[in-house]
Ligand binder design. Structure first.
Ligand code: NAD
Length: 394
């Protein structure tokens, strides 16, 4: 008779840049709610059978921390989200301990108003915060995920805040995910660091609503040999994201990703624009309209219109949890560089990725297969000897 030994999986850190925002708060509250069995993991692709036996870190093993430039406590932020219908009533109280624990792990980000630190000092300070988190909490590794406010594309040589955080993630030896349209690792000044970091990374800009629909409908028109004459879109949203995107430069960064999906799937950029309007009264609830003018047999003109009414943070949070688990497991399995197979999750994916959602899903299942084949996690018999974040940077 063989005795079965139950091994507690090692804890894995999720370090959120923008840790007090709507998406981050929904991630922390949602993970605690699913772990406690209060809600099902609806919207989490990593909880579907495709990922069975891929040895992803369980949700119960995730430990949250992060950077933010505001100091509103997470439990208070969660109450505000519940009042707006983003989180279920009562959830902030039910998971109050987990929200408070994550709140204790949030450090002031930067640059703060009047900050005199140089870019390198900011990178070192951010990296030290992340390494301290990993060390104190005894984590096997930590994944850094950018869910901070969208920033405008940089115009000069200076690194924008998202790139300082991305460089800090690499300096701390952590896999990195850019869930926003901000520059992050894609700044030319970081190219050699990125090429030599030996870490997996993914991005950019989570594909949760209008663009998700576009990545299904664009290939449909192309495959049915229907000619798209114009594709126009409008988004109405409020919340912090709506306010950030009221800045035309930030909105331009967002819209570039939305257009890339159409250009890639149709083979050319169609006529038409995408607009984003800040409507504070809507909070986290977004309405996105698309108007697609197309032409069929004998030049007959037709129109498809779609209306998407979604709760942005409820759409984004399960994807952030998926990505944190996938990057942690990819790091453990020794995968490095851009994880193009994660194009399924992004508007503007890193690496070579097909544009159609169906093909992207096939690539994701290929990644699941790779992770399944990569062997047991560290700490279990037969585990591979991949370095911990600290060892890698020495
Ligand atoms: N469906 C979605 O919700 C979705 C989809 C794709 C991308 N995104 C992106 O996710 C991001 C977060 O969205 P949100 O709705 O949570 O926004 P939010 O405004 O609620 O939260 C953003 C947080 O970032 C913080 N922040 C700003 N500058 C910072 C800095 N320099 N350092 C650290 N923190 C900083 C803010 O204080 C705030 O707490 C946005 O960039 C958004 O475009 C969201």
């Amino acid at each position: 008779m063989s005795a079965s030994v139950s091994v507690t999986p090692p804890s894995v850190g999720v370090w959120l840049i923008g840790a007090r925002g709507s998406v981050a708060t929904t991630v922390v509250a949602g993970c605690a709610a699913v772990t406690a069995g209060l809600h099902t993991p609806t919207g989490m692709v990593t909880e579907t059978p495709v990922f069975a036996d891929t040895r992803l870190p369980p949700l119960s093993s995730l430990v949250f921390g992060g950077h933010d430039t505001v100091d509103c406590p997470l439990p208070k932020r969660a109450e505000a989200l519940a009042a707006g219908g983003v989180l279920p009533q009562g959830l902030p109280v039910a998971v109050g301990a987990e929200l408070a624990a994550a709140d204790r792990e949030i450090r002031p980000g930067g640059p703060l108003p009047g900050d005199t630190r140089t870019p390198d000092e900011l990178i070192s300070s951010h990296a030290a915060d992340i390494q301290d988190f990993v060390r104190r909490r005894g984590l096997a590794r930590a994944v850094v995920v950018n869910v901070a406010s969208t920033e405008p594309a940089p115009t000069g040589a200076a690194l924008p805040p998202s790139s300082l955080y991305a460089a800090a993630a690499l300096r701390a030896g952590c896999p990195y995910v850019n869930f926003t349209p901000s520059t992050g690792l894609q700044h030319p000044a970081l190219a050699s660091l990125v090429a030599s970091c030996g870490l997996p990374y993914a991005g950019r800009d989570g594909k949760t609503g209008q663009t998700l629909l576009r990545s299904v409908l664009g290939p449909m028109f192309a495959q049915r040999a229907l000619t798209v004459r114009a594709w126009s879109g409008t988004n109405l949203l409020g919340g912090g994201d709506g306010a950030a995107l009221a800045d035309p430069a930030a909105a331009a960064a967002k819209n570039a990703g939305k257009e890339r999906v159409l250009t890639d799937s149709l083979g050319a950029t169609p006529e038409g624009e995408t607009h984003i309007d800040d409507v504070p009264a809507l909070g986290d609830w977004k309405t996105a309209w698309d108007h697609i003018a197309f032409e069929g047999f004998l030049g007959t003109r037709m129109v498809l219109q779609t209306t998407w009414q979604g709760c942005d943070s409820a759409l984004a949070a399960p994807l952030v949890l998926d990505l944190a688990r996938l990057l942690a497991r990819a790091h453990e399995a020794g995968l490095t560089g851009p994880l193009a197979e994660l194009g399924f999750y992004f508007k503007d994916p890193v690496g070579e990725s097909p544009a159609a959602l169906g093909e992207q899903y096939a690539e994701l299942t290929g990644l699941a297969e790779r992770l399944r084949a990569a062997g047991p996690p560290l700490g279990e018999p037969g585990a591979g000897q991949h370095p911990t974040p600290h060892e890698e940077t020495r």
